[in-house]
Ligand binder design. Structure first.
Ligand SMILES: NC(=O)c1ccc[n+]([C@@H]2O[C@H](COP(=O)([O-])OP(=O)(O)OC[C@H]3O[C@@H](n4cnc5c(N)ncnc54)[C@H](O)[C@@H]3O)[C@@H](O)[C@H]2O)c1
Ligand SMILES: [Zn+2]
Length: 403
């Protein structure tokens, strides 16, 4: 066979800007304008912005749309005035918006009607679900509009909002439709976290524990030392855990060698094969972070069963998760039922999560396992007896948490 006559291998680079602040919309705070403009120089035209807001913020921030409008109207200096092309679009928050295709259609219609170009920007304020649906619409219009995310939950500020993915649900599967698209910028306004319901705020910290376990022993030590304060949701450790989680997450994207997940290794998906299934099985009543906490417990027990993780490390990690308050909400009948159903039945719905993950990866299973806190490895086969043992051990743990 003749070989290729020419070959070019190029390695494009991309900037991924994540800015932390408080009260980003307050006049005089330059963060949002810096994020919006970036290094782009488009003298002579206005910088057109279409804004979307999670409707779940309305109760705590009734004036948010006006504040955003005011903040953008104040950005008139320089050769490129900022122009808000329409009143902010309010989008119902939570998982339901990712199951409602009409929202994507409405977003596209709005981008078309108030014509946005490749130099325009879609600005979105909200939880991970609203960021995902708006991100998907923006990624697919004109092959990708600039997207400025302002995440408002612990989960989205520390994890989903600082990633490079977006997606909506289809065929009953999470994120079946979606895209990889590096956001133009992310502005994490820590003031938003104060209004988040306590249960969701705490659940989002499960992703901080996740990145600590797979990548960063020092961060795990921090979580261990501040577990009670995190359980109480004290502001300083919560802000630190969110910011450090975001940094490690972004660093993994930048240095992990596979920012767009072309290969099979998925350390950031540790514990997620069962988490995604549990969310679906509980009709999305279980917040993503709580589902991840269960999923991590199952996989940690599995790692112990097959000799990858020492019992004392498993105990230590469980104690940290428990002291952080991540396990208490999990002893719910629907979670227990889903785990119990999978113990003796290989065809149980929960275990379909494993098969769906394998298919998603392209045939060969690749699961991230923690070997010591801060270090992980990949495995490619699952021993069904050990998995049954892991499910049973997780049930015992949940029973213990409940009593
Ligand atoms: N794209 C990715 O890479 C990625 C990664 C992980 C998770 N996710 C997705 O993120 C979603 C979960 O996001 P989430 O945990 O941020 O929750 P969420 O977006 O589902 O929001 C939960 C609820 O909180 C409300 N809310 C949001 N911010 C608030 C605030 N500051 N104060 C009061 N209420 C507020 C919302 O309106 C909603 O009712 C899931 O759909 C998950 O699949 C995406
Ligand atoms: Zn997650």
């Amino acid at each position: 066979m003749p070989s290729a006559t020419h070959q070019f291998h190029v390695t494009p680079q991309f900037a991924h800007r994540i800015l932390f602040t408080e009260n980003a919309l307050q006049l005089g705070n330059p963060t949002l304008e810096e994020a919006l403009r970036g290094d782009a120089v488009e003298a002579g035209e206005s910088l057109r912005v279409f804004a979307c807001i999670d409707d779940g913020l309305r109760a705590s921030f009734p004036n948010l749309a006006n504040e955003l409008t005011g903040a953008l109207e104040s950005m008139q200096d320089g050769a490129t005035p900022v122009e808000l092309v329409a009143p902010p679009m309010m989008i119902p928050g939570g998982e339901a918006c990712k199951n409602d295709w009409s929202i994507v259609e409405q977003l596209w219609k709005n981008f078309y009607a108030h014509p946005l170009s490749r130099h325009s920007c879609v600005l979105v304020i909200g939880g991970g679900a609203v960021l995902d649906v708006v991100g998907f619409a923006a990624a697919t219009a004109h092959r990708g509009l600039r997207l400025l995310r302002m995440p408002t939950t612990t989960l989205s500020q520390g994890d989903s909002g600082v990633g490079v993915k977006c997606g909506v649900n289809r065929f009953g599967q999470k994120n079946w439709l979606g895209a990889f698209a590096v956001p133009w910028a992310v502005v994490n306004d820590l003031a938003f976290l104060r209004s988040q319901p306590e249960r969701d705020r705490r659940a989002g910290l499960a992703e901080a524990l996740k990145v600590a376990l797979v990548r960063d022993a020092k961060f795990f030590d921090y979580l261990e030392q501040h577990a009670e304060a995190l359980q109480r949701l004290d502001e300083e450790p919560v802000q630190y855990a969110v910011a450090e989680g975001a940094r490690i997450h972004a660093e993994h994207i930048a240095t992990g060698g596979d920012p767009f997940e072309m290969g099979s290794g998925r350390p950031l998906d540790f514990g997620h094969w069962s988490a995604h299934k549990l969310e679906q099985l509980t009709d999305f009543q279980l917040p993503h972070g709580e589902a991840v906490a269960v999923g991590m417990m199952v996989d940690l027990h599995y790692a112990e069963q097959v000799g990858l993780l020492a019992m004392e490390d498993l105990d230590r990690i469980q104690r940290v998760a428990r002291r952080m308050g991540l396990l208490a909400p999990l002893a719910r009948p629907e979670v227990v039922h889903a785990l119990e159903a999978a113990v003796d039945n290989p065809a149980a719905p929960l275990l379909r999560g494993l098969e769906e993950f394998r298919l998603h990866l392209g045939g060969e299973l690749c699961l991230c396992m923690v070997t010591v806190p801060g270090v992980s490895c990949d495995i490619h086969t699952v021993d069904s007896a050990a998995l049954r043992g892991a499910l049973r051990a997780t049930l015992v743990l949940l029973e213990d948490v409940r009593s």
